[in-house]
Design a protein around this ligand. Structure first.
Ligand code: PHE
Length: 451
């Protein structure tokens, strides 16, 4: 963000919502819900989003708006001379790894757009679409080039700092994404056996809850809200001091949940109707949606339109990742922006090459039973982001006085005392304890309680 402040609250909401709504809501949510048993996962995800995600989002906004600093300096401003700015370094490392695999999926979208335009997405059967993705993601050169292209798009935008134009575009793209989702959902809900998909997503079967699905639900809640990496600190640092962060946070969380429900409704009816497997992993969206579109008049056109909007949503998230690092280095000195955007961007590209090859040449190369791609995703979503969130929840009540936090949340509009107290108890006790319990549980610490 080179023009150093958001001109309006809506600009900020669009940028922060743009960071939140991305592959996490549209691509990752259905695939993780699919491997984690559906309804019970969705239920836990919603609970985590509202009870921990929203309060932590507010926490990051407080730090950013108060200090006006980057992800690292924000912490040293509040707690000078301490090591708490390690939270910022951790966030930088996390988004570095995150963008390295995020852009692989971004690359797939680019390839699909290209195929769509050149006529490669018509007349396929459900199985045919599966083979198509296999050949796209398994082609080493193609996936590396697409991965590079996605990163370069990020570099071009972040190096020029043209985000304000992108926020303006969001005002059209986000509603358009919504409209196209409604079209897809109208079709997918009228497919044969569609209800099985709706039931899979919304009817919780609590016997399906496992330690892993709880950890995934927590990770997914932080992932979709871009939490724990100080990205929301970075964005809120550009805010005028009297912006209402409370209502902004509520809008962002609601929009995000809304898009997640839409993408679930767009995808799961198709999965069951076409006899596909819900637990097929990262390929899910790419295998299901083309089949839905092929049953809509002018489906290919709609599909291309969807892909473009999907790409836009992914980009507004990935911009924020690169921005966190570039801003941490340049600290507002725009003369350094160009150089560092390229250096960081291309390093992320290089680091992501094994992830780009994880669906083909390196698919058999596994560490701890996971491909590079899966391992990077697992580390970021289920360890590094929750760890960052945990540290932020410890930092806030430790390094800021309760009265100070109260006056931050009461600016510009007084907040009810009981609401503040609820927030404070969540941040100080519930969030850290819950995150630690979920971590320990995933390590098997409570196995003795389970029969
Ligand atoms: N929230 C983004 C998504 O759902 C991912 C993200 C995480 C973006 C962390 C920025 C920082 O796609």
């Amino acid at each position: 963000m080179s023009d150093n402040q958001f001109s309006s609250r809506i600009g900020f909401i669009l940028a922060a919502a743009g960071s939140a709504i991305g592959l996490g809501a549209i691509w990752k949510f259905p695939y993780i819900a699919g491997i984690s048993g559906g309804g019970a996962f969705f239920f836990m995800f919603v609970i985590f989003t509202i009870s921990l995600g929203l309060p932590l989002l507010l926490g990051e906004f407080i730090i950013g708006r108060k200090t006006g600093k980057d992800a690292i300096e924000a912490y040293s401003t509040i707690a000078p001379g301490t090591k708490w700015n390690l939270i910022g370094y951790l966030g930088n490392v996390t988004v570095f790894i995150l963008l390295s695999f995020y852009s692989v999926i971004g690359g797939w979208i680019l390839i699909y757009i290209f195929k769509g335009i050149t006529g490669g997405l018509t007349d396929l059967s459900p199985q045919g679409y599966g083979e198509l993705l296999g050949s796209v993601s398994g082609d080493p050169l193609l996936s590396i080039i697409a991965h590079l292209l996605f990163i370069v798009l990020n570099i071009l935008v972040i190096s020029k700092g043209v985000q304000s134009g992108i926020e303006r575009a969001s005002k059209i793209m986000m509603p358009a994404l919504f409209v196209i989702f409604i079209i897809i959902i109208a079709r997918s809900l009228s497919l044969e056996n569609a209800y099985a998909g709706v039931e899979f997503l919304f009817k919780p079967d609590f016997t399906k809850i496992t330690s892993q699905s709880i950890l995934f639900a927590l990770g997914q809640a932080f992932f979709t809200l871009s939490l724990g990496v100080s990205g929301m600190v970075t964005y809120s640092a550009y805010l005028p001091k009297n912006t209402n962060i409370n209502s902004s946070a509520i809008s962002i969380v609601s929009m995000n949940l809304f898009i997640i429900i839409l993408s679930g409704l767009a995808i799961f009816p198709g999965v069951f109707s076409f006899g596909l497997k819900p637990d097929q992993g990262p390929a899910l969206l790419f295998n299901v949606l083309p089949n839905v579109f092929s049953r809509i008049p002018f489906g290919t056109l709609f599909f291309i339109a969807f892909l473009v909007l999907f790409l836009f949503a992914a980009l507004t998230s990935s911009f924020s990742m690169l921005e966190i690092i570039v801003n941490s280095i340049t600290k507002g000195d725009n003369t350094k922006r160009n150089k560092w955007s390229w250096i960081i961007g291309l390093s992320i590209f290089a680091f992501g090459i094994p992830s780009a090859l994880s669906f083909g040449a390196l698919s058999d190369f596994t560490i701890l039973g996971k491909t590079f791609f899966d391992l990077a995703d697992f580390m970021v979503s289920n360890f590094l982001m929750p760890l960052g969130a945990l540290l932020i929840s410890i930092f806030l009540p430790l390094k800021m006085k309760k009265e100070e936090l109260f006056s931050e949340l009461s600016n510009p509009k007084p907040i009810k005392k009981w609401l503040f107290n609820t927030w404070y108890i969540i941040i100080k006790y519930i969030a850290p304890i819950a995150i630690i319990i979920v971590f320990l549980d995933s390590l098997g610490a409570f196995n003795f309680l389970k029969k």
